[in-house]
Design a protein around this ligand. Sequence first.
Ligand code: ZN
Length: 722
Amino acid sequence: MIRSTARILLCVLLIPSAVPAQQEATPPAAAPFIPPTTIFGYRNAAPELQLEKAFLAVPDPMLARQHLEFLTSAPHVAGSLEDKRNAEYVLDKYKAAGLDAYIQPYKVWMGLPLDIRVDVVAPEGVVMHGPSPEHVSDDPFQKDPRILPAFNEYSPSGEVTADVVYANYGRPEDFKTLKEMGIDVKGKLVICRYGEVFRGVKPAVATKYGAVGVILYSDPIDDGYFKGDKYPKGPWRPDTGVQRGSVQALFKYPGDPTTPDVASVPDLPADKRIPPEKVNDLPKIPVTPLSYADATPIMQNLGGPESPRSWQGALPFTYHVGPGPVKVHMSIKIAYQYTTIWDVIGMVKGSEQPNEWVVLGNHRDAWVFGAVDPNSGTASQLEAVHGIGALLKSGWHPKRTIVFASWDGEEEGLIGSTEFAEQHAKDLSRAVVYFNMDSACSGPDFAASSVPSLKQYLRDAAKAVPSPKGGSIYDQWKATQDKSKDTPEIPGAKGREPAANVTKDVRVGDLGSGSDYTPFLQHLGVPSADVTSHGPYGVYHSAFDNFAWFTKFADPTFVYEQEMARVYGILAMRIASSDVLPFDFEEYGKEISEYVKAAETKAKAAFGDQAPSFADATAAAGRLQKAGAEAMKRQTGGTQDLGATNLVLRNVERGFLIDGLPNRPWFKHAIYAPGENTGYAAVVIPGVNEAIENNDLALTKQQLQVLTNALNRAAGMLELVR
Ligand SMILES: [Zn+2]
């Protein structure tokens, strides 16, 4: 114990000087780290605080470095030999820590690129034969022959030759603008830039407007030289860097496209699968990504009117929308087949409530080397496991079962996590919480998203972990947020702002989609959270997201990897052994009240006098808030029956489950879903808000009733807390 304390102090004292000057700009002068003395949910926090102190001493920056170096030594796309090798590495570490661990294979429908070509065929004199290999002046990994050509997973194979139209970010409003400008995209090849919405939304919208193909490119204004020096001089996207990625309609349902609701276990009979050719929700037109080096000759030679000024990126010429005279020939050959992927699962059995799971996931598969996305998370998770293992060896056991998971196939469409969630739906109906960590670290700024009931829990856990910059994670998190009010362009801040802000405390974002919490929260109603630490990061899904980039720009000394391992472990062990589950349903109710209020204003604007009454929904949200406040009194003070209280608290989130959202029955959560037109960003009370956006009065009324029932159901459960 004494040695542990000494090590923590040593870290706090020594590490600030090891942090590069670039990262030191944000915080105020280093403050001392003062650990809290109480924990919400614990009647007597002292023993737990002793355990946490012992845990915090274990995660080791040098070991995190070793994990990351091993995991990113080769490209390891889902289903590859290198992916299997990494699965075995994780399995070994889980076992070494004393976890009960196994590999769970699934057989899923996925593709790998065979031949991808994009050629400019007109006008004469404009030459581009892409995609060009990703290349910079100096990078030790770029020549690896196993690097896959850049492609978009779930694009159909196909060949088109057509005039090109520029469609900005490819959002519904962008296509509307083109229409208003008199530009018809029917039969055209659309080029749009990455950003603003999930990439899978873009081909879905383009198809509605009659386009025959889509090119997605990374504009330097969004993550290239406009932001700062490009790699290898700086962290931003170099000219040839390409963003790979899935264009699956994950806002309809994620996972194996041939098995919605069903787990793709290896021996699943064929008649339980949708034949791949009958899957309806995959893109119908070919889609492929380009670097801005390859996109430039296309963009520069477009004719037609000037684009709206807000559509102008950072390429050095005025953007026009076309159509033509640039004509492009695009030929996409992707080999789709049933492929085996491997989740790794490691369990620590709970001593009192072994059937109640606390699940902690990170995906392991990457498009290329995946140093930030996702293996900074894997390395951190393994060090959290290392710490939990040290406690196990000293005889400790959590009260509830802790389940660590290393998901596969996340990049293709959250496949490993979704199949696991579908396979274990019954076990997970008793789960307490799901904590996600995808890209754990691209820089020094901590951020989190969660359901409102977990927001205070996250803030408290952040107070329990020292920051390499001095003080606690919480202190630095707060300082960064205060600063980002003045400088809103701080990377990562966007998209993490909650739809409703009901406290003056640190803001925790909402959960939309784009990572593995989706099946847990939005399909099964398991309370979920996601944590990360971010910084300037322009190499997302490219060959340059590798160990060289990471050690130069993200976390040279691996102290933020250590920080994330520590907070991830604290998140797990605290809730796993808490006397009373530390959910705050008052904050949940307050936020929902705000969502309802905002939707009412929107409905009045959309429907005028016809707008439906929001009185019942407002009352139900108020009832939830009140029940949450009453429950909080029992949680903090005098509940007599811990077992019964915890059972209720554990289940309230399931009260929000409904039969399914309109047109997407897989999504069953009444409060959060990925937006049909945003994909990543959360839409709150999605049934109601999307009905209003679609100007559908009857559906708005019906969805208001569904929401009201869900809120009353959850409030009614919460009122049982005694
Ligand atoms: Zn990821």
